[in-house]
Design a protein around this ligand. Structure first.
Ligand code: OAD
Length: 245
């Protein structure tokens, strides 16, 4: 019989990885594909340290537009279902998102990390000053903020060529999960694209293989690595997916 649901038992620990697709039904553009964010922009221009050095005005304009879109968006049933699952599982649930929007938090998720940074945070390009909450929009260079050290304030986003945040915690959770849910990500950006392979390489603490599931309307590049792919928009699939025992 084909499984239609993901059963979560008392002893299970769930690791969730989300990508841009989980926020698509909230009206936020994904990166790849037609109408994607990278259609109008070259990645290296707006999401790399070199792009920032070359044209900070262009970079801030790009992230200001994204701040505006995220502030106007609302969590969708996919975000809500994950928050509900967390409320049932407590600390047996861990969410790692590649997204920089705050829709998971606004849906009620708490045990989560943003491996690619947070849209509503800024930091100094130069010194160790801690990232801080920042909702400002920067349309022109004249409006840019500077740190006390003289460095320019930049978005607290992980750009290509930079090291993702929270990797130690992510490894710890990858090492102890028994169920992995990957939602709305094309499976091409590393290291997140390899999480399913790392999970497959180990057995759960119960000695069983880790069960790995993908949820999204199309198969990701790493689809073959999953125990099962649930095809469909996350906001339609997730509300009916879990059977928590
Ligand atoms: P992509 O734009 O590469 O992929 C989005 C995925 O979401 C695709 O596989 C779509 O099929 C899927 N999708 C679309 N609508 C969906 C829906 N309603 N429900 C579920 N899935 C849906 O975005 P990511 O894989 O998240 O990094 O991109 C990974 C990273 O690449 C981003 O975090 C960003 C980008 O460059 C940085 O900026 C550092």
């Amino acid at each position: 019989m084909r499984t239609k649901r993901v059963t979560i038992h008392d002893e299970d620990r769930v690791f969730v990885l989300t990508g841009a697709g989980v926020s698509a039904e909230s009206g936020l553009a994904t990166f790849r594909g037609s109408d994607g964010l990278w259609e109008g922009e070259r990645i290296e221009d707006v999401a790399s340290p070199r792009g920032w050095q070359h044209d900070p005005e262009r970079v801030w304009r790009f992230y200001s537009l994204r701040r505006k879109a995220a502030a106007e968006a609302e969590p969708n049933p996919a975000h809500n279902s994950l928050a509900k699952l967390e409320s049932k599982l407590g600390n047996r649930f861990f969410l790692c998102t590649q997204n920089v929007d705050d829709l998971h938090e606004r849906a009620g998720s708490r045990n989560l990390v943003h491996m690619h940074g947070e849209l509503f945070q800024s930091c100094c390009e130069r010194c160790e000053r801690a990232p801080y909450v920042d909702t400002k929009l920067f349309e022109s260079k004249a409006e840019h903020d500077f740190c006390n050290c003289g460095g320019r304030i930049r978005p607290n986003i992980v750009w290509f060529g930079e090291v993702p945040f929270h990797m130690e915690r992510i490894f710890e959770e990858l090492h102890r999960c028994t169920v992995m849910l990957v939602i709305g990500t094309s499976g091409v950006v590393q290291p997140a694209a390899s999480f399913v392979h790392w999970a497959n390489e180990r057995y759960s603490t119960g000695g069983a293989p880790v069960r790995t599931y993908y949820i999204g309307p199309e198969h990701p590049a790493n689809a073959a690595a999953f125990t099962k792919v649930f095809e469909g928009p996350a906001g339609e699939v997730l509300p009916h997916l879990f059977d928590v025992r």
